[in-house]
Design a protein around this ligand. Structure first.
Ligand code: PLP
Length: 424
């Protein structure tokens, strides 16, 4: 018998939009917070591994992990120890001075990815903008001033002016569209061949378009893009903000495709929840000169120590193997569930998966899942995204599948009740 269901009335679709009303009265209100995204009312106070607790001490299994940022899960001891030790020694000597964590992280990133230079920044958006700037500097030096960047529709390279001009993943109605970008359909080589001209300096892509609904580049496409870049002597920029740092079962997703980017962008998972991003470059793409990059907290000792702790864990013996094994368990479980509920395609790699639903009920499923103590995310109206901690256990995955089954049933029941209501 499911005691959980006994405690709760049968839902309707409207019920799914209402969260449990047991929010403690001594909690701060959200009235003074400028609105950004729609958030549930719960206030989260504690996390450990794959679990989060709200202020009512209710536990939630977290399969979003801060949009794939918390690569080692919540408050992992490797990260906690590294940032507490670093914060006692030195937090921020200042942008104009070297610090040990920054130099070590840059060196380890270069060694482990086969890059020649690395630079540390605060967010994926900033790192994408720096990649665009770097490519254009290279265009001045090596391609007669070419500066046009080709990107793919559905891509998301961030929220700054240049990054948004290269993306169409979010509502960007307030952002001016900068000139110098062309957008072509994803996974379409002929469209890419037709778009490239003498003004093109680089092609910038995500190996897997996460915000568009977890759409992987085909191997034929990405290899074809790389070949085109080599033939024309232009740069390949891979935005691995979502896919890098072990998310796809290899350190970089490019390894699973067998391609090599000239410029790579890392973010999210690199800091394990602490804001740190990286710009990596190979060969002649290492062309920034002193004074061309600047940021108060770039390479800050505290965030660099976080990046080092995460990278060290991901490179530990057996870590990526664990990711690949968990990935298989997750993929098989989701495929079984999708089949049982008549849902659609399952796409992704490693521990980044998108499940296409049979209708536009992804938001309702996310709300029903929250009700069941499961945190999920819906990048599209008909798509659920799963980005658990890379340290997720098979038992966590099984528990998630159980809770997701209940969430699907809740939504189905609510849909049937709505239909009956309409029929009466
Ligand atoms: N690039 C990709 C592929 C992303 O998914 C995102 C954010 O979701 C970004 C860049 C921007 O990263 P940030 O939100 O850290 O600025």
């Amino acid at each position: 018998m499911n005691l959980f269901n006994l405690r709760r009335p049968q839902p309707s679709l409207d019920d799914l939009t209402v969260e449990p009303a047991s929010v403690q009265c001594d909690n701060p209100s959200s009235e003074c917070l400028m609105p950004s995204v729609e958030r549930p009312r719960q206030i989260f106070v504690r996390g450990q591994g794959s679990w989060l607790w709200d202020s009512d001490d209710r536990a939630y299994l977290d399969f979003t992990q801060g949009g794939a940022a918390n690569s080692l899960g919540h408050s992992p001891s490797a990260l906690v120890n590294a940032i507490s030790a670093q914060s006692q020694a030195l937090i921020n000597p200042g942008f104009g001075l070297h610090n040990r964590a920054q130099l070590t992280l840059a060196e380890r990133l270069c060694q482990s990815t086969g890059s020649d230079q690395a630079y540390l920044l605060n967010s994926g958006t900033e790192a994408c903008e720096a990649a665009i700037k770097l490519a254009r500097k290279w265009g001045q030096l090596h391609r007669g001033g070419a500066s046009r960047i080709i990107t793919a529709s559905g891509s998301c390279h961030g929220h700054g002016f240049a990054a948004m001009s290269a993306s169409d993943c979010q509502n960007n109605r307030f952002e001016p569209q900068l000139p110098g970008f062309s957008r072509i359909p994803f996974n379409d080589l002929p469209a890419l061949h037709a778009a490239v001209d003498a003004r093109t300096v680089a092609i910038m892509l995500e190996p897997i378009q996460s915000e568009a609904g977890v759409i992987p580049a085909t191997e034929h496409y990405l290899k074809g893009v790389e070949r085109l870049c080599r033939e024309l002597g232009i740069l390949l920029i891979l935005d691995e903000v979502q896919t890098g740092v072990g998310r796809c079962g290899t350190l970089l997703a490019e390894q699973t495709y067998g391609v090599r980017a000239d410029i790579t962008v890392l973010g999210k998972g690199l800091g394990g929840g602490v804001p740190v991003a990286a710009l990596l470059a190979r060969g002649t793409a290492c062309c920034f000169a002193p004074g061309e990059l600047h940021g108060t907290h770039h390479g800050n000792a505290l965030m660099s120590a976080a990046g080092l702790a995460v990278l060290g864990s991901v490179l530990d013996h057996g870590f990526l193997e664990h990711v690949r094994e968990s990935a298989q368990h997750l993929r098989e479980g989701l495929a079984r569930l999708a089949n049982r509920y008549g849902h659609g395609e399952l796409r992704g790699q490693g521990l980044l998966w998108g499940l296409t639903l049979s209708d536009d009920s992804a938001d309702a499923v996310v709300k029903a899942a929250l009700y069941e103590g499961l945190l999920l995310n819906a990048p599209q109206a008909n798509c659920l995204r799963f980005t658990p901690a890379l340290t997720v256990s098979k038992a966590n995955i099984d528990e998630m599948l159980l809770r997701l089954t209940r969430a699907f049933s809740r939504v189905r029941t609510a849909q049937l009740q709505c239909r009956k209501g309409i029929a009466v």
